[in-house]
Design a protein around this ligand. Structure first.
Ligand SMILES: [Zn+2]
Length: 506
């Protein structure tokens, strides 16, 4: 768990939520699914003037289902059959709202022979609408809605008719249970649920969900994530690097700093000329030159080449002849690596090694975890005291790690995932800070999903190999990666090679 005193903001306890219910009344019109929505009063204290599904707070002694039926009857003079209500999802109002609800969303067929009539107090303009139409109107600002309604309609839009939507909820199990978080993007609020890529970062930086974190990728200044962890993203965005390589700056003025993955330098293809030099200078400046160690998670050209120039900047700034510049730590590349990944550290990191920063009453312990798979010399680092994992390229957010044999190896990759899962237990790791993309939350779940994704792909590759026993890789890729854009197939072929190698071994 992150030490509370190292959070950027003081924690404010969100308001306790009350129970509420909502019903999606469904019907088919000309063979297409429609849902009943109404407009909330412009005087409502919560979400005034927006289009919603009918519903309201659960009264004392009432069940969620009873409240759903009563609210429908009061607001719209429609009484659905309580035995036909099926749970669809659970939404809890954002943590920053003054009034909060835990809302159970139900689906139900519109009862025959009834006509919705708004109470003209809380609800107005009962409207039958196709989910896709409501979403299109929302886009052109004709149909105001709040985030949970939008996500619900996106889900509903997948179904051809009422029967299909009801069938999807027959198990009476919530499809999700979400408390969305908001963030700023381009200065405007955006909302995210747990399955969205930025959610973990928002949970880590603003756990109370009351302050808003800016998600814009920027290269000119570090983004504070915690009091002792900042992220500076290099100006090398691309298909392979996502928003760019994340360099992490760990430490405080009192402890001095460790930089993880200083980034590309010189030879690497940069979208902005001199982005590498500017990045190294910014890393140096962000640490006021007080860098105690430079860590490279692995030697790929978008991670390690800037280590030497960053070290040189530190050397140049030393005016005390006895002082030593920071050591470059990591594992030397193996003979299997490509020529662009030549790397010789000052300190050859071993699995289990620790680097410690201390000062001002703060101790920061980084523990090396050797994780071959993406690269044979790949090392992840756990910040033990706060349960953080710096995952390099082994785990990414928003893209899939490429396994490029012979330096990459699929069996090693999967075993390293197991090793990281065990580290999550040992150090109570909740958050993963990848070299590309936002912070990931729910660390163990993220690792389990990643493993399931790989094994799912392996099953597809196996099937493709059985279907086309003597096929070349470029024929296999079309079958095994048929869910991936053909533009990505040249890269996917590397991971495909790794899967084929592994399948021939096991
Ligand atoms: Zn890499």
């Amino acid at each position: 768990m992150i030490r509370p005193e190292l959070q950027l903001h003081d924690y404010v306890e969100p308001v306790a939520p009350r129970s509420a219910s909502t019903v999606l009344l469904l019907r088919d019109s000309e063979g297409e699914l429609e849902v009943l929505m109404t407009q909330r009063s412009h005087a409502a204290s919560f979400a005034p003037g927006v289009y919603v599904f009918p519903g309201g707070a659960v009264d004392a002694g009432e069940s969620y289902e009873q409240a759903a039926v009563r609210e429908c009857t009061e607001e719209l003079a429609v009484t659905p059959d309580i035995t036909q209500l099926r749970l669809q999802a659970i939404w809890t109002t954002d943590r920053d709202m003054a009034k909060r609800f835990v809302v159970k969303f139900y689906v139900a067929p519109m009862p025959d022979g009834q006509t919705p009539v708004a109470d003209e107090q809380e609800q107005f303009l009962p409207t039958w609408v196709k989910p896709s139409t409501a979403l299109a109107m929302y886009q052109v600002k004709q149909f105001p809605m709040i985030f949970p309604t939008i996500r619900t309609l996106e889900w509903l839009a997948k179904f051809a008719n009422t029967a299909a939507a009801l069938q999807a909820c027959r198990g009476n199990q919530a499809h999700w249970d979400s408390t969305p978080r908001s963030a700023l993007l381009g200065g405007k609020p955006h909302y995210y649920m747990e399955s969205d890529a930025p959610y973990g970062e928002l949970a880590m930086v603003c756990p109370d969900g009351i302050k808003r974190h800016a998600l814009d990728w920027k290269h000119d200044a570090p983004v504070p994530l915690l009091k002792h962890v900042r992220r500076l993203t290099c100006g090398n965005p691309s298909m392979m690097t996502g928003p760019g390589t994340n360099s992490y700056i760990i430490g405080t003025v009192d402890t001095g700093f460790i930089v993880i993955d200083p980034g590309p330098y010189g030879t690497y293809d940069l979208s902005t000329p001199d982005a590498d030099k500017a990045h190294v200078q910014r890393l140096f400046d962000a640490c006021s030159g007080d860098i105690r160690a430079i860590i490279c998670t692995h030697s790929h050209p978008d991670h390690s080449p800037a280590a030497v120039p960053l070290q040189a900047l530190c050397s140049k700034a030393l005016n005390n002849a006895d002082a030593a510049p920071p050591k470059i730590c990591g594992m030397k590349n193996l003979p299997t690596s490509r020529p662009h990944s030549e790397f010789t550290p000052d300190v050859q990191t071993q699995d289990g090694d620790v680097l410690v920063l201390e000062g001002g009453g703060l101790t920061i312990t980084l523990r090396a975890i050797h994780t071959p798979g993406h690269a044979a010399n790949h090392v992840c680092w756990a910040l033990e005291e706060d349960g953080l994992l710096f995952s390099g390229d082994h785990i990414l957010n928003g893209s899939t790690t490429v396994i490029d044999p012979p330096d990459g190896n699929m069996t090693d990759y999967l075993e390293s995932l197991d090793k990281l899962d065990a580290a999550c237990d040992r150090y109570d790791i909740q958050y993963i800070l990848p070299a590309h993309g936002y912070v990931l939350g729910f660390a163990k779940t993220a690792i389990a999903k990643l493993k399931a994704h790989r094994l799912g792909r392996e099953a597809k590759v196996k099937k493709a190999m059985e279907t086309l026993p003597n096929a070349a890789l470029d024929e296999l890729v079309a079958l095994a990666y048929d869910d991936v854009s053909p533009k990505l197939w040249p890269i996917a072929m590397r991971s495909l090679t790794a899967h084929v190698e592994r399948l021939k071994e096991i």
